[in-house]
Design a protein around this ligand. Structure first.
Ligand code: ZN
Length: 517
């Protein structure tokens, strides 16, 4: 059970008496009418990470991890879209006037637009934990940055305490300032809430089991309460009215934030896919269409390489395959006509790369030409591991018995060695394999292997590329190059495109299943 010290100060009363701008901004301000967006929704290849309400118009902005800002019923004041960033953007906050906004990155770097002033940032300062959110001080024109460990950094705004240095059950995921700027609250992934200054503690989800973690918080501009929002769209009101939520409704991608309307009589939730879920008096004014695989990395390993056959000194050298020695690589097979497996693998891989990029994925390849030697299988596994790929696949074609046909998706068996442990990815890899098996068969029309595995799937413990993986990974033998019918397929560019489509569809279905709430 989380308890929080409530530190009462007189600031709220004083500021209210003085009529300080920003207090209950929407209630005391002339509002322009927010116009809905006209035309089709804009698209983004980067996931949405946050949003902010324009206190002047009641419209809103969405911000993506790459720093692009999309305005709906609110003026566009600029963005970091198209500018390379050291770290992804993780949040945004509007100025009290709505005439500008700040974007904050995971490294604390801060970008100010419109009438938002730059008052310093944690950018360039080493942090124990990444920055996860930002709030504007409605009184001073400054702001606070908050980190995952609860550390809070004030810039031209008062420091009123933080959870930095104190043990937390779960990381802090966001913050919200009081409407009067006299306090703020930090919220953790388990719903635990920590109030500072004049920000009242009205309860929290801390200690209550949640289906999905809390991802954000917003104050109620009309009162002293606040709302926590979960990744599944569940919304929890404390001392503030409840207008509805997406809890219990399946979502394509997780909710990542929320923002109340200026008068507190409504709010919007925003998903990583750009979806806006509006409640109370909050109109829907448009949203970003985020590409389905935005923010996800896929690793593709085209098996073998064009120079392998001519350089046995390198490719025969033993490497660790996960507790046993295995050759660095092999030359691969070919069709009776001489069409090589390495060329096939590379062609299918680059076709799949193009298809996956079109869906918004970041794609890393273990080799980018078909004329080199290697890399060794352990290095190929490391490419996907270092990229923290959400899914990885090695693309091959088999040299099986001439009378055998079909494709096989090879999934990892659990292998633990002194240098490796793939047990954590065996289950997810089996799910990936099932999606790839079904999609590949459907898209190519090829039969599952008639000589290897069962129903197009096999499980093996003797492949270093799978044993050494720390990300969900499978290997596909797309066809049997020693069989005349399969060989003809592999030599057909049209069929290779179908093979790439099958691989892409299987990976995409696996990834999308993992994103749904
Ligand atoms: Zn091969």
């Amino acid at each position: 059970m989380r308890r929080t010290l409530l530190i009462l100060v007189g600031a709220a009363v004083v500021l209210a008496a003085l009529g300080v701008p920003g207090l209950r901004a929407g209630a005391s301000r002339t509002r322009r009418v927010a116009a809905p967006q006209t035309g089709p929704n804009p698209t983004s290849a980067s996931p949405v990470v946050g949003m902010a309400t324009d206190p002047s118009t009641g419209g809103y902005w969405e911000v993506t991890a790459d720093g692009a800002v999309f305005a709906f019923g609110a003026p566009f004041h600029g963005s970091m879209g198209g500018t390379p960033l050291n770290q992804p953007i993780v949040g945004m906050a509007a100025t009290p006037s709505g005439g500008g906004y700040w974007l904050v990155a995971a490294d604390g770097g801060l970008f100010a637009f419109g009438d938002a002033g730059f008052h310093g940032s944690m950018g360039g300062t080493p942090l124990d934990q990444p920055i996860v959110g930002i709030s504007a001080d409605p009184v001073t024109g400054g702001y606070w940055e908050v980190a995952a460990d609860g550390g809070l950094f004030a810039f031209d705004a008062p420091f009123l305490g933080s959870m930095g240095g104190k043990p937390l059950d779960q990381p802090v995921v966001g913050m919200a300032a009081s409407p009067d700027g006299g306090g703020y609250r930090e919220v953790a992934a388990d719903g635990g809430l920590f109030a500072f200054g004049d920000a009242a503690f009205h309860g929290s989800m801390g200690g209550t089991p949640l289906a999905r973690p809390v991802v954000g918080i917003d104050d109620d501009p009309a009162g002293t309460g606040y709302r926590e929002v979960g990744a599944d769209g569940g919304l929890f009101s404390f001392g503030a009215p409840f207008f509805g939520s997406m809890g219990g409704t399946p979502l394509n991608r997780a909710v990542v934030g929320m923002a109340s309307t200026p008068d507190g009589a409504g709010y919007r939730l925003v998903g990583a896919d750009g979806g806006i879920y509006a409640f109370g008096d909050a109109p829907y004014l448009g949203s970003v269409d985020v590409l389905p695989l935005a923010g996800l990395t896929v690793a593709i390993d085209p098996g073998h390489d064009g120079g392998n056959g001519g350089d046995p000194a390198i490719i025969d050298q033993p490497v660790d395959g996960g507790g046993f020695a295995e050759p660095c690589d092999t030359a691969g097979t070919s069709t009776p006509d001489g069409y090589t497996e390495h060329a096939f693998n590379f062609d299918v891989a680059t076709r799949a790369e193009t298809l996956l990029r079109a869906e918004g994925a970041t794609v890393v390849l273990t080799r980018t030409t078909d004329t080199g030697v290697g890399p060794c299988v352990d290095a190929r596994a490391a490419v996907a591991n270092l990229a923290h790929a959400a899914a990885a696949i090695s693309i091959h074609a088999d040299g099986g018995p001439p009378d055998g046909r079909g494709y096989t998706v090879i999934e990892p068996a659990p292998v633990v060695s002194a240098t490796s442990d793939n047990t954590a990815i065996v289950g997810p890899s089996a799910q990936l394999g099932a999606f790839v098996d079904a999609a590949f068969g459907s898209d190519t029309g090829l039969v599952p292997s008639t000589y290897d595995g069962t129903g197009g799937t096999d499980v093996r413990d003797d492949l270093g590329g799978l044993n050494l993986s720390t990300v969900p990974k499978v290997l596909i033998e797309c066809a049997n190059m020693q069989n005349a019918d399969d060989a003809a397929l592999t030599e057909s560019p049209g069929w290779r495109q179908q093979a790439a489509q099958g691989i892409t569809d299987g990976i995409e279905q696996f990834l999308l299943a993992g994103l749904r709430t």
